[in-house]
Design a protein around this ligand. Structure first.
Ligand SMILES: N[C@@H](CCC(=O)N[C@@H](CS)C(=O)NCC(=O)O)C(=O)O
Length: 230
């Protein structure tokens, strides 16, 4: 059984989406990042970066000892390798998936995250930062849209962990002040993934855990004033 340490944020949704798609059983341990639960010694042991998500697989493949993993990209790759699904069948397809996965965790996630931050959460309006991150987020959307003009999914005509990594970030396009209507291929992809039974289940799980926005005044102090690990 897999233990998932999770909160109802884009990086958390990636893992419930993958587990539901793969039909893997899991125990869910909510880590409420708005209350600082990510800083507990127990969770920090598992995730030294003090960020969700993290997993422990108590029955891993290839070894008998439980394995613990942090970083959503590494977790998605592990789950795909464990199940032999969502990662393509040939070496070429596998690396098409992994390049888009790396693109998401190093590009779309951080840039869209800064975009949210400067539009919604920054204590002062900084037009340069808003403009910089909006432009870059928009540019990244256009990269996906161009790819999705050629293939049904990001890495080809098969659903993969690359699509799963991107979906929770694109789903909140309005929050990022990005006009999805400009990106017809991306819109088709978004609506297609939204209606998958595994996506619906993953978001039902989220709504059982938390229906409130994660960032409120108290949480913003906790989340946006970190300069060292605790
Ligand atoms: N690169 C990490 C990012 C993880 C991350 O930023 N998680 C956020 C929630 S989406 C978090 O735990 N934030 C807690 C905090 O900022 O203290 C990954 O992909 O797993």
């Amino acid at each position: 059984m897999i233990d998932l340490y999770y909160w109802t944020t884009p990086n958390g949704h990636k893992i419930t989406m993958a587990l539901e798609e793969l039909g893997l059983d899991y125990n869910l341990y909510p880590i409420d990042i708005s209350k600082g639960e990510q800083f507990s010694p127990e969770f920090s042991e598992l995730s030294p970066n003090q960020r969700i998500p993290a997993i422990i697989d108590n029955a891993p493949f290839n070894t008998f000892k439980p394995i613990s993993i942090f970083e959503s990209g590494a977790i998605l790759q592990y789950l795909a390798e464990k199940s032999g699904k969502l990662i393509g069948e040939s070496l070429t397809d596998k690396y098409k998936v992994l390049q888009w996965l790396a693109w998401q965790v190093a590009g779309l996630g951080p840039m869209a995250g800064q975009n949210h931050h400067f539009i919604h959460y920054a204590s002062e309006q900084v037009p340069y930062a808003i403009n910089r991150y909006q432009n870059e987020t928009n540019r990244l959307y256009s990269v996906m849209d161009k790819q999705l003009a050629q293939t049904e999914y990001l890495a080809g005509n098969f659903y993969s962990i690359a699509d799963i990594a991107c979906y929770p970030w694109i789903r909140i396009h309005a929050f990022q002040s990005i006009d999805i209507e400009k990106f017809s291929n991306l819109k088709r992809w978004l609506n297609n993934i939204k209606t998958r039974p595994s996506t619906i289940k993953a978001f039902e799980v989220a709504s059982r855990i938390n229906t409130q926005p994660t960032v409120n005044e108290k949480a913003s102090h906790l989340l946006f004033n970190q300069s060292h690990v605790k």
